[in-house]
Design a protein around this ligand. Sequence first.
Ligand SMILES: Cc1cc2nc3c(=O)[nH]c(=O)nc-3n(C[C@H](O)[C@H](O)[C@H](O)COP(=O)(O)OP(=O)(O)OC[C@H]3O[C@@H](n4cnc5c(N)ncnc54)[C@H](O)[C@@H]3O)c2cc1C
Length: 118
Amino acid sequence: MNGNVEVVVVGGGYGGVTAANSLARRDGVSVTVVNPRPDFVERIRLHQLVTGSDDAVVGFGEVLGGNVRLVVDTATRIDAAERQVSLAGGGTVSYDYLVYAVGSGASAPDVPGAAEFA
Ligand SMILES: Cc1cc2nc3c(=O)[nH]c(=O)nc-3n(C[C@H](O)[C@H](O)[C@H](O)COP(=O)(O)OP(=O)(O)OC[C@H]3O[C@@H](n4cnc5c(N)ncnc54)[C@H](O)[C@@H]3O)c2cc1C
């Protein structure tokens, strides 16, 4: 591979971390992960957080390869033409390739009672 390829992974969940570590093993590839918090949230352990048997977080230092850069911030805009991600903190990160791994969430509940109890 010629030159250095910059990869930005938006979202440090299971998908983002797996993609980042896999891509960072390639020669000539630099990987940056953007995630809002400095810890990896083990979503499959969140029920243990509720019961108090586990905090369901692991430091990114334990799950990200040493050559993966972590930016603790939230992506607010992706400019595909400029290949640039804007961050809530005011900065930007540029990329050659983007991995969009922000997970999923529930839509705004409009079922009566869902907001309070679901
Ligand atoms: C309680 C619970 C138990 C589960 N148990 C299992 C199980 O036993 N087996 C199983 O296979 N699956 C299980 N799942 C599902 C599993 O957790 C998801 O499939 C998995 O987390 C999806 O991974 P992901 O990387 O796509 O998203 P996520 O893990 O949700 O990661 C997305 C990341 O993107 C970040 N992000 C979001 N928006 C932005 C932004 N704008 N800028 C930067 N970063 C952003 C988020 O903060 C997060 O860190 C469970 C889920 C829950 C909630």
